[in-house]
Every structure is written in C-alpha cells, then in structure tokens.
Design a protein around this ligand. Sequence first.
Ligand code: FAD
Length: 313
Amino acid sequence: MSNVLVLVDHTGGTVRKTTAELLTIARRLGEPVAVYIGEGVQDALPALGQYGATKVIALTDPELTQYLVAPKAEALQQVAAKLEPAAILISSSAEGKEIAARLAVKLDSGLITDAVDVQEGPVTTQSVFAGNYTVQAKVTHGTPIITVKPNAATPEAAETSPEVEEFDVTISDAAKTARITDSKPREATGRPELTEAAIIVSGGRGTGGDFGPVEAFADSLGAAVGASRAAVDSGWYPHAYQVGQTGKTVSPQLYVAAGISGAIQHRAGMQTSKTIVAINKDEEAPIFELVDFGVVGDLHKVLPTATEEVTKR
Ligand code: FAD
C-alpha cells in the first residue's frame, strides 16, 4: 500500500485533534505516515499510534522551527522525494495552507485547499462561494497535496505502535529569510479551541458588547466562545474567535448563535454544525431559517436562565 504523509499539527508534543482527523482520512487512502517537525516527538507518539500512524518521520533540526514556514516546506519536499507518497495531507490552518502552497510549487504538484471531505482517489469535497456550492475535485498532476478543514472527519482510533525514524534535512539559505524573534502562546482561556470544540456559543451585535452571558453559558456547557464579525469589528471580541467567511469554519455538535442575524457570511462558517440553536429577539431574523431550535427573546434574559438550568444538573 502507498504511503500517505500527514503533517502533524502539535504544540510542543501535544497533538491537535485535526491530526487525528487527518490520520483517519489517510487510512482511506493508504498507509498513514506522520511527519513530525520540532521537539517532543516521544510525547506525541501515543496519540499518533492511537489513530493509525504506521511510522513517524521526525524532523528535529531546530532551524525548522526558528524560521517562518519556508524551511518546513523544504523539509517536506525532501521527505516526499524519498517516500514518494500517494498524497500529502495538511491541516487547513493559515500556516498549513502556506506550507502546502510552497510545497506544491516545489513538487510541481496540484494542490487542493480547505477540503471538507476526502475519499479514495483521492477525491476531495470543498464548500465554496460562502457554502452555496459543493465541489468535488481531484489532483491530476504530481502528488496530490490536500489541506483539510478541522472537523472534516470524526477521528476513529486504530491502535498501532509506530516507530520513529529520524530524518535529516538540508535547509537552504533562501528559506531562512524570516526568523521568528519572539513567540508567545495566546492567553489561555481554559475553553476548548474554537475549531475543535464540540459545542460553541457565539455572540453577535445583539450582545451590545456584553459577552458575559455568552461566556457564562459557554462555561456551563464546557463550550468554546465564538463571535460574529459585527461583534469583532466593534472591538467586543478578538478576531481569533470570529466565525464565518473571513473567520473560522466550525462544525461542532452544537452551535448556539446568540444575537446573530444569520448573514450569509456568518452561515458560511457554521452551517455544517450538527445542531443549531438561535436566540434572537426578532422572530423574522434569517438565522431562524437554519436552526433546529429557536428561542425568540432577549439573550440577556434567555442565556442566564439557560446557564442556571444547565448548572443545576
Ligand atoms: P446583525 O446583523 O446586526 O444582527 C444582530 C442580531 O441581533 C439581529 O438579528 C437582532 O435582532 C439581534 N438582537 C439584537 N439585540 C438582541 C438581544 N438583546 N437579544 C437577542 N437578539 C438580539 N460576518 C461574520 O459573522 N463572519 C464573517 O466571517 C464575515 N465575513 C464577511 C465577509 C465579507 C466580505 C462581508 C461583506 C461581510 C462579512 N461578514 C461576516 C459580515 C456579515 O455580512 C454581517 O454583517 C454580520 O455577520 C452581522 O453580524 P451580527 O449578526 O452579529 O449583527
């Protein structure tokens, strides 16, 4: 069976859920080989083995993480030249997409970004034009390089005991042009990562700038907090939490939209959520066309009552 490379998305050895999703998808296409860049590969091994990685290629040269993405693309090019994979899967993060684009140029290969599903072939599914069209595509030239959106697959365990193979790479001077001088993790909120959360509670202009009730309800459910662009543009919540066409795409089990009208650009980022609940004081709000459950009411009254009910249980 052919190898399928999966670039591991991790923070210091803690593997992100998106990698479990990529490994699950890779098993449909061939033998998943995890490519791990940076320190902490031993910490990552159990998670990579749990989702079926047959081998882990470890790239530990510090230069790979001291510069912005160019060295990583060069390194993947060298791994691909040796392993001749049937496909390369990368998470659809900003960094992942830049690595994928550079790699596609280096390998003279076709690239598909933001796949929401990948099946044998590999044939990908993408949701385009703000979610109005679904497109199926296949790379016809070179090694298919595919970036996959978070939540495109449900991680399915398949225990393996992958061995680690150290891989030496040569980084060109041309790739060492943008050095990282400082790197601080975002302040921890204690809430799940937005794109990985099973439950999201989002607030919009209807919050009037007070995200307290949204955060309290989110915390009662162990949920992540999201925001509409109107809330972000008003400076009420950071852009990192924006859901929509120009924000994050999410697909949780439960999405609660509070004080959000349901503009097409917001829907583009959340309409594949499994269950959608809206709280809006306007019963004509377009978000109600999309919901499984709707509450017509003032979020400042509905959310605290809901929080109290959940906390009681
Ligand atoms: P509004 O549309 O103003 O809706 C507020 C809602 O809150 C109303 O329905 C109102 O009835 C309700 N409300 C008010 N008070 C209360 C209350 N007390 N209790 C309950 N309900 C209340 N938007 C995004 O969200 N994400 C994107 O990524 C995005 N990208 C965009 C990209 C482009 C190119 C463009 C042009 C626009 C984009 N937008 C995006 C903006 C989008 O068009 C909308 O303007 C935005 O989503 C509106 O946000 P909102 O629903 O919070 O505000």
